[in-house]
Design a binder for this molecule. Structure first.
Ligand code: AGP
Length: 620
């Protein structure tokens, strides 16, 4: 069933959310190091510049850090295993200070008896650093001031009250953070705090956990308690306690997460991305089951004059599919904006505008900021997100939870097709409710949706032609992806996949727009990927392809099986089974994900962790 949650959160300050690092914490009977390294491994897709751990044992706080991938840290720890059953770990995506051991987390107080791991940015760190006279700094990071600030505040409590010390220190800090703190004086204790960066607590039996992303915890527990804005938490083996900044106790029930721990493993595939591409048969089946009935539960505003879809990157592409579908079925005008633009300036939100925010992670900073604009302007916000307990899920008026499961590859694949499925269902339901989509057509669309998992399976069955093209075209050519209507978004998404993991130049463009400029780029070195499944614009696409062929461009087409017109003008064809045009973006996306994947692997790229990127863009 669709999970619909009423508004249950509040908008935080509109600050940057630079969380592209990972935090893991453990307190309990197990050797902490194993839990920390295992959790960090599952978070490595977040940030992967450097990593570190701190474990408390009889010798005090023992720290090990290393620049580079987590394997570098693991290698060091082989010769220096750290015993102890309380600890913190961190993977870093550098913001302040270069990538080196000194800047890797954890950072320590002068006396080495307090250590912190931090995601986010301490905006006033220079001012604080200047104030902390007499403290010796050993890194170029903003984070290190936190260790010294807490040390200072802790001394003022007579070395007795770690929680008071943390809250007092945070009073001085401007910025955004998720924080884990460990004190040498307090066995079996971790402290945590959150401002504008996600942080979740995991509840076990006689052991408890802390993480910036629940994927690190799934192996150990499904009972999750997300920290809310400005909360601090005390974590020991017997339980967790949550406080506000004045140390008033907060009581909240944990939630149960259904995701399987195995989703964070590669399951025999060489990369998460390939595994996740192949999971789409199941994830799309999951999106469909019970969806139509459950969508009736979505409480939409009585009056909807317009729809505005806000999202970033791949989610924005899903929004473009949603626009065509909602305009066609519900006859409502739809604007789709990238959230990074909609968060500033004269935005289009207001009463009568249904805002649909699409975000896999539910933590994308720009999307959250645009959503806050929308709510302030009186717009109702419907979120489509994959992550329960995410900031977006908490701040939206209504939520449609995707059922893609955990996605580890930085390049979105199964979450894209899930987003598209949610938007298509929503469009059909809006049309049905508004009476703009005849009942028989509505039922026909639902019936067609139920065929999709089988059709996806057929797309995934035969990838020989895709692999052949990947080998052939991976030698440094430019790619131009073109499409129209429902598959304009597929062109954008195909090009994004190609550029982000292969690092080859790829553009997505409206096929009808080529003659207005980009055609000048076409010569025999240009590979054009034309998304031309059967539908209202197939003939137009054939004409657009001809224009490219006439200029000696090579053509790879995505076409409906048996379509001769597209095949006759193409050098290579990736076939997809016949389906309703509305669902064609779901099927057409898959060969393009595979083309990007096989091209990137032919070039020896780091497919799951491409350079310069992070899974969740929580920085503005
Ligand atoms: C796509 O492969 C990227 N991972 C990126 O464009 C992503 O879709 C974008 O950052 C939005 O993320 P979200 O869905 O978590 O908000």
């Amino acid at each position: 069933m669709y999970s619909i949650t009423p508004f249950a959160g509040r908008a935080g300050d509109d600050k940057i959310h630079p969380l592209m690092c990972g935090i893991v914490g453990y307190v309990g009977p197990r050797p902490a190091l194993g839990v920390l390294l295992d959790g960090l491994k599952r978070l490595e897709y977040r940030g992967y510049d450097s990593s570190g751990v701190v474990v408390l044992n009889g010798k005090g706080l023992q720290v090990e850090r290393a620049p580079g991938k987590l394997s570098a840290l693991a290698e060091r720890l082989k010769t220096r295993p750290l015993g102890g059953s309380t600890g913190l770990g961190h993977t870093r995506w550098a913001t302040h200070g270069g990538v080196n051991e000194a800047n890797a987390h954890p950072h320590r107080s002068c006396d080495g008896r307090i250590a912190v791991v931090h995601n986010g940015i301490v905006e006033n760190y220079q001012e604080l650093r200047a104030e902390l006279k007499g403290h010796a700094f050993t890194s170029a990071t903003d984070t290190e001031v936190l260790a010294h600030l807490i040390e200072h505040a802790y001394a003022r409590t007579g070395g007795k009250h770690p929680l008071k010390a943390v809250t007092a220190a945070l009073e001085r800090v401007r910025g955004s953070f998720a924080l884990g703190v460990i004190f040498a004086d307090h066995e079996d204790l971790l402290l945590a705090a959150r401002v504008n960066c996600p942080l979740v607590l995991g509840l076990g039996e006689g052991e408890n956990f802390l993480a910036s992303d629940l994927s690190a915890l799934l192996k150990y527990t499904r009972r999750i308690l997300p920290l809310e804005e400005n909360e601090v938490a005390k974590i020991d083996p017997s339980g967790v306690q949550i406080f506000d900044r004045e140390l008033g106790k907060i009581r909240r029930k944990p939630m149960k997460v259904a995701w399987k721990a195995e989703t964070a493993l590669k399951g025999g595939y060489p990369h998460f991305m390939l595994k996740e591409i192949h999971e789409q048969q199941q994830t799309i089946a999951a999106e469909i089951s019970g969806r139509d009935a459950a969508l009736d539960d979505v409480r939409l505003p009585r009056r909807i004059d317009r729809v505005v879809i806000v999202a970033c990157g791949t989610a924005w592409h899903a929004g473009l599919v949603g626009k065509v579908a909602i305009e066609e079925t519900a006859r409502l005008p739809v604007e789709v904006g990238t959230a990074s633009e909609l968060r500033y300036g004269d935005h289009p939100f207001g009463p009568g505008v249904l805002t649909i925010a699409v975000s896999q992670s539910g933590e994308t900073a720009d999307t959250l900021a645009a959503v806050r604009n929308a709510r302030e302007a009186g717009s109702k916000v419907l979120a489509i997100t994959n992550v329960k307990g995410s900031t977006l899920a908490r701040e939206a008026d209504q939520v449609l939870f995707m059922r893609a499961g955990l996605e580890m590859g930085v390049a979105a694949t199964k979450t894209y097709t899930s987003q598209v499925m949610n938007l298509l269902f929503l469009a059909a339901h809006l049309g049905h409710r508004r009476g703009t989509l005849p009942a028989a057509r509505f039922q026909a669309l639902l019936g067609e949706a139920r065929r999709l998992p089988g059709l996806v399976e057929r797309v995934l069955e035969d990838t020989a032609e895709i692999r052949k093209c990947a080998r052939k075209f991976s030698r440094g050519y430019d790619f131009m992806y073109i499409g129209r209507r429902y598959n304009l978004a597929t062109a954008f998404e195909g090009a994004l996949k190609m550029k982000e993991i292969s690092y080859l130049h790829a553009e997505g463009y409206g096929a009808g727009e080529m003659k207005h400029g980009p055609l000048a780029l076409v010569d025999d070195k240009m590979t054009c990927v034309a998304i031309a499944p059967a539908g209202r614009v197939t003939e137009k696409m054939v004409s657009n392809i001809q224009e490219i062929r006439a200029r000696r461009g090579r053509i790879i087409s995505v076409a409906t099986k048996g379509d001769r017109s597209v095949r006759s003008v193409s050098d290579h064809v990736f076939e997809i089974p016949a389906c309703e045009e509305m669902f064609s973006p779901v099927l057409a996306a898959i060969p393009l994900q595979l083309l990007a994947y096989y091209t990137a692997t032919a070039l020896g790229r780091d497919v799951d962790q491409p350079r310069n990127l992070a899974k969740s863009v929580t920085v503005e």
